[in-house]
Design a protein around this ligand. Structure first.
Ligand code: PLP
Length: 414
């Protein structure tokens, strides 16, 4: 009887969400209640390896004790002040963010989309004020994903993301990803910036050829336009370096604007940042940009601790090592089977702990359900692709456990 009550109350937890939330998500029927490290537990007590990491926001692992400690300590003091006043925590957060990124000026925001919007504002104002461009244009890539605000949706190639949400403001020019000459060809006197993801995560882990970013950087310098890199998903260790642009850009080159989010929070509180050079930052005066919560004392202690964990625990290095290990295990486990290569799996690719398995057919959602049964949580993207992005604290033993569950589940499909 007690158990039936419990099951009933768990079903109600899902039903309440379905009742009051529009269907803007299509969640797996798993009701999570607890997380620790790479693991999460559902309300029935079943344990899963979390291979989504809250869409790459939990690089540090769930409930990292160092971040929990600073949250608890800060709760006894003050959570929010606004930027109308100084607070005693923001400075130290900005200092470590400067130390990790190398940028002299940083605007703290909340969601990733807000940080992208801040970058767009910086680019446009710089074009107007410094370069005298009346109608600035920003070059973006096809199949990009930079967030879900109306401005950002306006330059999406994903019909679900933009259809019906117009009218949109213009000022964006779309070119194919992974083609630097396509960028070169559309640059004109109105071009203000190139905005790019170093690896297209949402599009299905699309990894460009090695010198792509370096070529874009060179084109941007030569044509005197700003080079803006969105590392909201790829940054802070996810791809095996602190920032994914470091795989490609020569080490003395950096984007003019670097956009961070997700793992800057360790999953505790939405924290993002737009990092820029001094001359770009100078376009912002009082009242030109900001947000109620960005840079609050709570966000600042969380952001600082989240960065310290990434640096102290060498998470980029672990991501590179475990990413390579996992990729090898998946390729050996799946791509040596003729039946799988011919009928099921089209490609397995990855960079650090951002790995995609692409199927020939639209079975990714079904694979996610099967993996959940096997104790692995992943999410599909574009019907044919699943992304594996576990927390970067994963050990070799856990990686073995993950690889064997994924291989076994996918093998059972043929
Ligand atoms: C590259 C990139 N930019 C921006 C965003 C938007 O971030 P948020 O959902 O926090 O607004 C995402 C989210 O997945 C992303 O992957």
């Amino acid at each position: 009887m007690v158990n039936e009550d419990k099951i009933g109350s768990n079903i109600r937890k899902k039903e309440l969400v379905d009742k009051y939330s529009p269907e803007n998500y299509e969640p797996l029927t798993v009701i999570l209640t607890k997380g620790k490290g790479i693991y999460v537990w559902d309300v029935a007590g079943k344990k899963y390896i979390d291979c989504l990491s809250g869409y790459s926001a939990i690089n540090q692992g769930h409930m990292h004790p160092k971040i929990v400690k600073v949250v608890k300590k800060q709760l006894g003091k003050i959570a929010h002040t606004s930027r109308a006043f100084y607070n005693d925590k923001l400075g130290e957060f900005l200092e470590i963010l400067h130390w990790v990124t190398g940028y002299p000026k940083i605007i703290p925001m909340n969601s990733g989309a807000e940080a992208v919007e801040t970058a767009i504002k910086a680019v446009r104002k710089y074009a107007h004020v410094v370069k005298g461009i009346a109608t600035p244009e920003i070059i973006v890539a096809e199949n990009n994903f930079h967030g879900r605000t109306t401005t950002i949706s306006s330059f999406s190639s994903d019909r679900a993301a933009y259809h019906g949400f117009g009218p949109f403001d213009g000022g964006f020019v779309k070119v194919p990803f992974n083609d630097s000459m396509a960028v070169y060809d559309v640059i004109n006197e109105n071009t203000a910036a190139i905005l790019i993801e170093p690896v297209q995560g949402e599009a299905g882990v699309i990894i460009p050829y090695n010198s792509y970013l370096q070529e874009l950087h060179a084109i941007a310098k030569r044509k005197d336009v700003l080079f803006v890199v969105d590392e909201i998903q790829t940054g802070l260790g996810r791809t095996g370096t602190m920032f994914a642009y470091q795989h490609s850009l020569l080490f003395w080159n950096k984007p003019d604007i670097l956009i961070l989010g997700k793992a800057l929070s360790g999953g505790f509180y939405p924290i993002s940042a737009t990092c820029m050079h001094k001359d770009v930052a100078e376009v912002f005066g009082p009242g030109t940009t900001g947000s109620t919560f960005g840079g609050s004392p709570m966000a600042s202690v969380i952001g600082k601790a989240a960065l310290e964990v990434i640096v102290e625990e060498k998470l980029p290095e672990n991501s590179a090592k475990m990413g390579r290990y996992l990729l090898d295990k998946l390729i050996v486990g799946l791509m040596t089977d003729e039946n799988i290569i011919l009928n099921l799996v089209e490609d397995i690719r990855g960079i650090g702990l951002l790995i995609a398995i692409e199927f020939y057919h639209n079975i990714a959602h079904d694979v996610c359900h099967r993996l959940a049964k096997a104790g692995v949580l992943v999410k599909d993207t574009h019907n044919k692709i699943i992304r594996l992005a576990p927390p970067l604290v994963i050990t070799e033993k856990q990686t073995n456990e993950l690889a064997s569950r994924v291989v076994k589940t996918i093998k059972s499909l043929v």
